[in-house]
Design a protein around this ligand. Structure first.
Ligand SMILES: Cc1cc2nc3c(=O)[nH]c(=O)nc-3n(C[C@H](O)[C@H](O)[C@H](O)COP(=O)(O)OP(=O)(O)OC[C@H]3O[C@@H](n4cnc5c(N)ncnc54)[C@H](O)[C@@H]3O)c2cc1C
Length: 265
């Protein structure tokens, strides 16, 4: 490690002020601390959000669920509200990493980090969620800009994510066995305005698949996926899986997500 300043704040105005002066948010540290140890990041001033009570909690407003930024994956996994309104989201949170990661990792940190194999970005895109920040509200479709890139500006903090409640939804992840991140994960959500399908782990960042959305909007059943040829040309190839393998996994995981949504929602 190297020398840096550590600030423990207890209110959102305090946090916002320090972040606008160039401080870097620290949520559960699950990505941040490892990145600092490896010298991939070297913030001069860390602003620890873990004692900001206004950033923790889950609330339901009519047909939407609001999850505040510092809510841990473990809390989402066990939330009776999330289990009732969007069970696939509780399932997603319960499948993240291991128990230690889930007890410290947060939805705000996950979304801000936008790891190309993270689970939450797929949920936000498929469910048509809105990212709420200290400055504005950003639709998920406009928020994720490719690998580790988001629409967040300097000095802007995520305060919450708002999820519309779908009719049906499912998330199926083929885990990278060492990290448990998604080798390929697919989130499917059916609403009155159609079906959205978001894929994580397979490409340069999370993305929606328009052809899968089209066939599933026409007929919401696992077999519909068979008519779609997944193009591997833009997908990742690495030591874990080839692009062709990932393309096949997109079909398989989409079918599984649809199947799951019909069973559990
Ligand atoms: C072993 C391991 C396995 C994992 N497996 C999975 C998995 O299966 N699926 C998955 O989705 N994820 C996985 N993760 C990631 C994990 O879910 C964390 O959510 C992620 O690492 C972010 O951690 P954090 O919330 O502690 O944020 P931090 O590490 O504290 O912060 C991450 C980044 O987000 C910024 N940030 C944090 N909060 C905010 C905010 N409110 N507003 C603006 N910027 C903010 C920070 O400045 C930093 O740049 C895994 C992580 C580990 C270490």
């Amino acid at each position: 490690m190297y020398t840096f300043q550590y600030e423990q704040v207890t209110s959102l105005p305090q946090a916002t002020s320090l972040i606008s002066e160039g401080g870097q948010a620290l949520a559960g540290g699950q990505t941040m601390l490892a990145a600092m140890k490896q010298r991939l990041m070297a913030p001069q001033r860390l602003v620890d959000l873990s004692r900001v009570k206004d950033l923790v909690g889950i609330e339901v407003y009519g047909e939407s669920v609001l999850i505040k930024a510092m809510t841990t994956h473990q809390t989402v996994e066990h939330s009776a509200l999330v289990q009732e309104k969007i069970p696939s989201l509780a399932l997603l949170a319960g499948g993240i990493g291991d128990r230690q990661v889930r007890s410290l990792g947060t939805i705000g940190g996950s979304v801000a980090n936008n790891d190309p194999a993270a689970c939450y970005p797929a949920a936000l895109l498929a469910l048509g969620a809105t990212v709420i920040t200290t400055k504005r509200e950003i639709a998920a479709d406009d928020f994720f800009l490719g690998m580790y890139a988001t629409a967040l500006e300097e000095g802007e903090l995520i305060t919450a994510v708002r999820f519309p409640v779908p009719n049906l939804s499912g998330y199926a992840k083929f885990k990278q066995p060492a990290s448990r991140f998604a080798l390929v994960g697919v989130y499917v959500a059916q609403t009155t305005s159609g079906v959205k399908v978001a894929v994580t782990g397979a490409g340069n960042g999370v993305f929606r698949h328009s052809e899968l959305e089209r066939v599933l909007t026409q007929s919401y059943k696992p077999e519909s996926v068979d008519s779609v040829q997944i193009d591997p040309s833009q997908l990742n190839s690495d030591i874990h899986a080839s692009a062709l393998y990932r393309a096949n996994l997109i079909s398989v995981q989409t079918k599984e997500a649809v199947r799951q949504s019909l069973l559990k929602d």
